[in-house]
Design a protein around this ligand. Sequence first.
Ligand SMILES: [Zn+2]
Length: 116
Amino acid sequence: MNCIFCKIVSGEIPCAKVYEDEKILAFLDIKPVNLGHVLVIPKEHYANMLETPHDIIAGIFQKSKELMISIKTAMSADFVVLSVVGIDVPHFHIHLLPRYSSDGLHNFWPTKLIEV
Ligand SMILES: [Zn+2]
């Protein structure tokens, strides 16, 4: 399968590993929004969250919470954002992003709200 995250799981492509168990791998994003930006993925390939079994989702979110605590401490972040974007790499993954009140990123989401 020509999936970059599957190649990272198999070791064909190297990564800066943050956490690994039998089902989950977490590694640093190669294009971090802020330093310490981590991706958490199931080792098995699922194209997106809708195709991922409930037990895998439960495990990956539980581990993500633990990693958020570690990232907040390690990066001295003000808070850590968890996001599932799902339109970049077609292998289910969670972004964990350390944020700082002074990082200038403001709100991630563009809005169509028109001020009146
Ligand atoms: Zn994959």
